[in-house]
Design a protein around this ligand. Structure first.
Ligand SMILES: *Cc1c(COP(=O)(O)O)cnc(C)c1O
Length: 408
């Protein structure tokens, strides 16, 4: 097995929460696809903000306001650089992935007409299904679905059949949160562009593992949440190509997003402020920048190589358990393992694992259509991060065996 370049024991010391106990046992945190843990380098930035320069941004002449504005705009530049956007005003701060998707879906209300078609993938998170259904209700557009196969991969030939000059928008996640499948988004984007459709990629689950280059992908919109990549909750980013962001109307009205207001007419501020109404999550935005610094300093290649090593090990070890079935076996996966034990409800496994200090997710993972496809109520999902270890996987495997012996 390939040797990792990361010093995992040293990295674990950066995460204060990893040394706590749960139900008297050392915490084994394997719910990283729901939210990642926060290193002290990011926690320190949050504490520094509130103890050193908390102020509202973009409007104050005073020093604190200028300091906060500089740091917040500095974070925007870090995000721009990380995702390789051409222009800093193509980066819109949001409250997270869900917010970013709703912003775009809402904007397209005025650009779509009855009979236009929107394509989504069968592997979507609810936050990438429901806003489009609402958009279809508002506009009369029709939702089409790229089907999936038993491995948990998209049927790409079906996708190519669905595309036509009626297609206006395509939405797909980069990585499925329920199964870990890495989708062929480059192919999805270029095929959509051939029929003149715009593409939004939900990068929430990819961003902790894969550094996306929005220019190389030629994607129109890309959305992420900071909390899945070592940052705080309640903040995220929407990348949009300048031409699209100019075409879309503002999402919310309020302060920050205006150029001039009279009761007769209001004109909107330039990008990115047009989409950033109200006082934003200033501290969160700055901490998001710090989270990117932290991950980049470890290096995304090293992170991916180590997580892949963990994924292979965990898959191998879990499959030694009789009656265990893994859902999602596509050739390209991130470190997510969804599984069930024959005859046992996933919730019961999850509850026993919690008693043993092991945090996993159970249920439909906000992706009910995938569970319906497999005809199951849900799965147990272990999602691994670069701060997890093989010892923790051994604890998980022993825990699952123990749960089986208690429940059968
Ligand atoms: C977590 C997740 C979301 C939702 O992110 P929020 O931070 O809850 O808005 C959307 N899509 C995918 C693939 C996710 O993993």
């Amino acid at each position: 097995m390939e040797k990792t370049t990361l010093d995992i024991q040293k990295i674990r010391k950066d995460f204060p929460i990893l040394s706590r106990t749960v139900n008297g046992q050392p915490l084994v945190y394997l719910d990283n696809a729901a939210t990642s843990q926060t290193p002290k380098q990011v926690i320190d930035v949050i504490v520094d903000y509130y103890s050193g320069y908390n102020a509202n941004i973009h409007r104050g002449v005073h020093t604190l306001s200028q300091e906060a504005t500089d740091k917040y705009e500095g974070a925007r530049l870090k995000i721009q650089q990380h995702f390789n956007a051409k222009l800093s005003h193509e980066i819109i701060f949001t409250a997270g992935t869900t917010h970013g998707i709703n912003l775009v879906a809402n904007g397209f209300s005025s650009l779509l007409k009855k009979g236009d078609e929107i394509i989504v993938s069968a592997l979507e998170h609810h936050s990438n299904i429901v806003p489009w259904q609402m958009l279809c209700e508002r506009t009369g557009a029709i939702l089409k679905v790229i089907p999936m196969n038993l491995e948990g991969a998209l049927e790409m030939s079906e996708y190519h059949h669905l595309l036509s000059d009626k297609t206006k928008l395509v939405f797909c996640n980069h990585v499925s949160n329920a199964l870990g499948t890495v989708n062929p988004i480059k192919e999805i984007i270029s095929a959509a562009h051939k029929v003149g459709a715009a593409v939004l990629i939900d990068g929430a689950q990819a961003a902790p593992h894969i550094k996306a280059d929005v220019q190389a992908l030629d994607v129109d919109f890309y959305v992420v949440s900071a909390h899945k990549m070592c940052g705080p909750t309640g903040v995220g980013m929407l990348y949009g190509k300048e031409e699209w962001l100019q075409k879309l109307p503002p999402y919310q009205g309020g302060g920050e997003m205006i150029a001039e207001v009279t009761f007769a007419k209001t004109t909107y501020a330039d990008l990115p402020h047009k989409f950033e109404a109200g006082t934003p999550n200033i501290c969160g935005g700055i901490a998001f920048g710090a989270a990117l610094d932290y991950m980049n300093q470890l290096g995304f290649e090293a992170i991916a190589a180590y997580e892949n090593e963990l994924l292979e090990y965990a898959t191998e070890q879990l499959l030694t358990i009789d009656d265990l079935k893994i859902y999602g076996t596509a050739p390209k996966k991130t470190s997510v393992i969804s599984f069930n034990i024959k005859g046992i409800h996933p919730y019961d496994i999850g509850s026993i694992l919690d008693k043993l200090g092991i945090a996993v997710r159970t249920g439909h993972h906000c992706a009910q259509p995938i569970m319906d496809f497999y005809g199951i109520p849900g799965t147990v999902r272990a999602s691994l991060s670069f701060y997890n270890t093989k010892e923790e996987i051994d604890i998980l495997v022993a825990g699952v065996k123990r749960a089986i012996s208690m429940l059968s």
